[in-house]
Design a protein around this ligand. Structure first.
Ligand code: ATP
Ligand code: MG
Length: 271
């Protein structure tokens, strides 16, 4: 690399570090397999932290399929400047590339360097301010977005690995754990989502996708288990309606387990 390019990269990195220095804790939500509930969990974790009085930023780093705006009820919103994030409430702000793009139904076709550049911009240009937590929602796998986020954030408090109980998902979650360790992101722990279903009529628990795989991986790979979240139809409805499930404070297994996951994270991050 020529000295001029090297100098430019160094300057850009310094600018990003300066811009994110007001962020106290950084958490990255990832998974090996798609559709296991990362965005749902990121949204609920961020919203739950904000409900408990923390100042929170939520970064939608899924550039191809940004779902966070839908889950927060701000789909279709457009912002004039990259500088200001979108305020959801007093304690929660959110940033998604979709706020700065054209039609949200258009597919985004990008090559690696453009994705890297976009994520660096979301971290380096957005005015994150002084916040307690930045929660980053990643796309599945260990591609450009995951690598750029890990490398650009610098010190990350840790990753939350989401899996569902099926063997295929469990197997892929091991890759995420290895990736996280490789890029020096400590693993905060694993969450088993869509873990069983409690029949609302007879209260019987049915393990639709099996159960216990997440705990097994955590034991095998010596990482913490953060909790099991059951399959909950309202989780889909609230996600589609743009009000995170945790907001409803609806008593039951899903609400309790989400709170357990959040308090485990807080315990690990804040000590
Ligand atoms: N515990 C749950 N019970 C019922 N439905 C759930 C649960 N968790 C997530 N879902 C639903 O599953 C679908 C996929 O969830 P989500 O979009 O959060 O997954 P993802 O891992 O972010 O997907 P992608 O890999 O595409 O980014 C959504 O419709 C969501 O509402
Ligand atoms: Mg997602």
């Amino acid at each position: 690399m020529d000295p001029q390019t090297m100098k430019k990269i160094k300057e850009e990195d310094a600018r990003i570090q300066e811009n994110i220095k007001g962020i106290k804790h950084k958490i990255v939500v990832m998974s090996g397999k798609g559709g296991v509930g990362k965005s749902t969990l990121s949204t609920n974790i961020a919203y739950g932290l904000a409900m408990s009085g923390k100042k929170v930023g939520l970064l939608d780093a899924d550039l191809h399929g940004p779902n966070i705006p839908i889950m927060l009820g701000v789909e279709g919103k457009r912002l004039p400047s990259l500088r200001e994030p979108l305020k959801i409430n007093e304690n929660l702000k959110v940033v998604s590339l979709s706020f700065y793009l054209g039609n949200s139904n258009d597919p985004i076709i990008w090559r690696g360097p453009a994705k890297t550049g976009a994520i660096k911009q979301l971290l380096g240009d957005v005015n994150w301010g002084n916040i307690d937590y930045l929660v980053v929602d990643l796309p599945p796998g260990t591609g450009d977005e995951s690598l750029t986020v890990a490398q650009t954030l610098g010190t990350v408090d840790g990753s939350v690995i989401v899996t569902t109980p099926q063997d295929v998902a469990i197997l892929d979650s091991r890759k995420s754990i290895k990736f996280s360790k490789l890029v020096n992101m400590p693993v905060l722990g694993i969450v088993e989502n869509m873990s069983g279903f409690v029949c609302p009529h007879c209260d019987e628990r049915i393990d639709i996708f099996k159960s216990g795989g997440g705990e097994k991986v955590s034991k095998d790979m010596n990482i913490d288990f953060l909790g099991k979240i059951p399959l909950t139809p309202e989780m889909v409805e609230t996600g589609d309606q743009g009000k995170p499930y945790i907001f409803s404070k609806k008593a039951g297994a899903a609400y309790e387990s989400l709170n357990t996951v959040i308090s485990e994270i807080v315990k690990k991050v804040e000590g």
